[in-house]
Design a protein around this ligand. Structure first.
Ligand code: ZN
Length: 291
């Protein structure tokens, strides 16, 4: 099942992607929460009601609605650095012996097809195509062999990075470089975990149609279950929390010469079984200042 968050007639709510249509869960199952994190928190009865609704016919054409991030405001967005061997090598870093974790702020969430801002403070805006997973159950200290049971599903992420803010200073400032507004496009759907094997999916990133990253999630150093077990050793994970699992080789920063994103560029990240997200780079509008 492919769970989506969509906006239609200025109203944002949950739906199910069915071919080229959307089943509106607020019509098909009005008692369900209309927001994905609350829906996941409602547990198996809610999921079962959604599965029954998934047999119905679509309420809208996909083209008639706007898809949003599947989770609008995750409690946490956790990210893994250097989780593909070739990317660690192209970054001049050692292969990590344990997952390298940083966070993206939840205000960086962006829709799967929405513009990504290029701020005036950088000339080193970069992409990172990544597999993301979404927590389905509140959990702590989950062993690797139970991790699959607490993952609701998977989606695609571009871990957009402001390299000069990320890498300046010692130690580097991942938090400030990875969390600019609009820099966490996610989607297009939360594909439930029963639909795929997360560790055998082709992942490609294209900039203006040119393939920059092309790998398979079988090349992850730490797989989703190892990452989840590691994170939950320290803290509780909650429904709707998002974990982005790291990017393969081929980022713009590692090209020779380095290549930065600029206004007008189109970045597309595709993952087998999950579809694609595609975001245009735009100069950050002047009206983002708010105080
Ligand atoms: Zn990343």
């Amino acid at each position: 099942m492919k769970l989506v968050t969509f906006t239609e007639n200025a109203n944002t709510r949950m739906g199910i992607l069915a071919g080229n249509g959307i089943i509106d869960l607020s019509r098909a199952a009005p008692s369900l929460p209309t927001e994905v994190a609350a829906f996941l928190n409602a547990g198996e009865p809610a999921m079962q009601a959604a599965r029954e609704a998934a047999d119905g016919s679509p309420d809208f054409d996909l083209a008639a609605v706007k898809l949003e991030s599947p989770v609008l405001r995750p409690g946490k967005i956790l990210a893994v650095g250097l989780n593909y061997r070739a990317h660690a090598e192209e970054s001049g870093m050692e292969i990590p012996s344990h997952p390298i974790i940083f966070t993206k702020q939840n205000t960086s969430i962006n829709g799967p097809y929405d513009p990504v801002h290029n701020p005036a403070e950088t000339k080193m805006l970069d992409y990172e195509g990544e597999l993301a997973f979404i927590i389905g159950k509140r959990c702590r200290r989950v062993p690797e062999d139970k991790a699959a049971e607490v993952i609701a599903g998977y989606c695609i992420n571009n871990d957009v990075s402001v390299r000069n803010w990320q890498l300046r200073g010692t130690p580097p400032q991942f938090t400030m470089g990875k969390s600019w507004d609009t820099h966490c496009p996610l989607g297009p759907a939360l594909v439930t975990a029963d639909e795929l094997d997360p560790h055998n999916l082709r992942l490609r990133t294209l900039v203006n149609g040119e393939v920059r990253q092309d790998t398979n999630t079988s090349d992850l150093i730490f797989n989703c279950y190892e990452i989840l077990s590691f994170l939950s050793t320290a803290f509780t994970l909650e429904p709707g929390d998002v974990v982005v699992t790291g990017t393969p080789s081929g980022v713009g920063m590692a090209m020779k010469p380095p290549s930065a994103l600029a206004a007008g560029d189109i970045v597309r990240v595709e993952i087998e079984g999950l579809g694609y997200i595609e975001n245009e780079i735009v100069d950050e509008p002047a009206d983002t200042a708010q105080f």
